[in-house]
Design a protein around this ligand. Structure first.
Ligand code: ZN
Length: 195
């Protein structure tokens, strides 16, 4: 089993790498057969320390966001489904990442990075300096996100934790705006993607 077996899903693979470097728990949200379990099963191939993971469907029937299947759930049911996620799980996961169902051609011979390459990068990055300060733009973006997304204090803390890891991977001494925006991209449930 190797990350190389998974075609596409670059956003998810990047998210997993961030999670491994910073020991962040991660929730995967996606329709049936979008590859959530395949991603989770491969985490031990790049990381010696287990991280918390959970997988959830985007709606009660599991077809929402699937481009080929029809979801018959009502908006209210979807909302209830998402608010029923246990607070214990939400608390343990700094990151909430959407796993889209993608159509892959059998002829697609492109191969991604091997688990060995990713593992080596994770181990190297772990030794980097951890930044603790936000630059001016990062601060402003964060303020804007609080206003626009109405994020909770818990989410606020988690965005910062994850942004610290991303800046560390970038070998930066301060947290910049793009580190914050990437961290926000891993907060799918806050962004009210399905609301
Ligand atoms: Zn549904």
């Amino acid at each position: 089993m190797d990350f190389q077996d998974i075609k596409g899903q670059e956003h998810c693979k990047r998210a997993i790498e961030v999670a491994c470097v910073g020991d962040h728990g991660i929730i995967f949200i996606g329709p049936h057969r979008s590859g959530k379990s395949a991603l989770i099963k491969r985490i031990p191939t790049i990381n010696s320390v287990p991280i918390f993971t959970a997988e959830i469907l985007p709606c009660p029937c599991g077809n929402f966001t699937d481009p080929k299947k029809e979801c018959l759930c009502k908006p209210r049911q979807i909302q209830e489904h998402l608010t029923s996620i246990s607070p214990r799980i939400l608390k343990r996961a700094d990151m909430q990442v959407e796993v889209p169902k993608i159509n892959l051609s059998i002829n697609d011979k492109r191969r991604g990075e091997t688990s060995a390459v990713i593992r080596e990068r994770i181990e190297k990055t772990r030794r980097n300096f951890k930044p603790y300060k936000l630059d001016k733009e990062a601060n402003e973006l964060l303020k804007l996100a609080i206003l626009e997304l109405g994020i909770s204090p818990l989410s606020y803390d988690k965005i910062i934790y994850v942004a610290v890891t991303i800046a560390q991977m970038d070998d930066k001494r301060v947290i910049e705006a793009h580190h914050i925006s990437e961290a926000i991209s891993y907060r799918s449930l806050d962004r009210n993607l399905w609301g």
